[in-house]
Design a protein around this ligand. Structure first.
Ligand SMILES: [Zn+2]
Ligand SMILES: [Zn+2]
Length: 215
């Protein structure tokens, strides 16, 4: 917009101001008459305006909170610490009044998250087992050192010198569950190999797997 246009706009505004001033009463009367005749419209408009403003305010507050989450949490903690004596009795009253609702919510939360936790634990155990077996097999697809079985559910870790029971007791491993973690945490010490349950059990029972006798 150049200077002339600006000037023109300013002059037009000034003319409108003066016109309004001169005809103030007439214009106000016109305005009021229109409003009176369109009451419902005015009401709707105000309502819509109010709702829009409210939504905008809520949105802005949410955005601010999200951007300042740490501050908000720290602020809440500080407030709670300062007003503990006031808050605690109120909280106790609230808890007592909403006992069932609160414990139902807690139950739902636990149920929803215990499944996820179980799943996560299962997956990380499987991952650790694979990693340990891969190391002691020296192969990407681990297999039994005796018979070559490679289905992972059939595989386990064998103590080469046969003191597995003592060792498992030492590290508190029932059914070898913590064995994989122990081996990983101890940087895969020597003295272990991968066997399948068959070969491992046979070795334990007879001192040697029958597969080895055939060879
Ligand atoms: Zn085997
Ligand atoms: Zn065997």
């Amino acid at each position: 917009m150049d200077e002339d246009q600006k000037k023109e706009q300013e002059q037009a505004r000034e003319r409108a101001r003066r016109y309004y001033h001169r005809h103030k009463e007439k214009m106000q009367a016109q305005n009021n008459a229109w409003k009176e005749a369109n009451k419902e419209k005015v009401k709707q408009y105000r309502k819509a305006q109010y709702e829009a403003d409210k939504q905008k305010e809520i949105q802005a507050a949410m955005e601010w909170k999200a951007a300042h989450r740490d501050d908000v949490n720290a602020g809440a903690r500080k407030y709670q610490a300062l007003h503990r004596e006031e808050i605690q009795p109120k909280r106790a009253v609230y808890r007592a009044a909403h006992r069932e609702e609160l414990s139902a919510r807690q139950r739902d939360y636990n149920a929803a998250h215990s499944e996820a936790r179980k799943q996560y634990n299962k997956e990380s155990r499987q991952k650790m087992k694979l990693e340990v077996l891969q190391h002691y097999s020296n192969l990407d697809i681990p297999c039994c050192a005796c018979c070559g079985e490679s289905i992972i559910e059939f595989l386990c870790i064998d103590h080469l010198n046969g003191n597995g029971n003592v060792h498992r007791k030492e590290i508190g491993s029932s059914h070898g569950r913590n064995m994989y973690r122990w081996l990983k945490q101890n940087n895969f010490p020597p003295g272990f190999q991968v066997l399948c349950w068959n070969c491992n059990t046979a070795k334990g029972l007879y001192g040697q797997c029958p597969h080895q006798r055939e060879k």
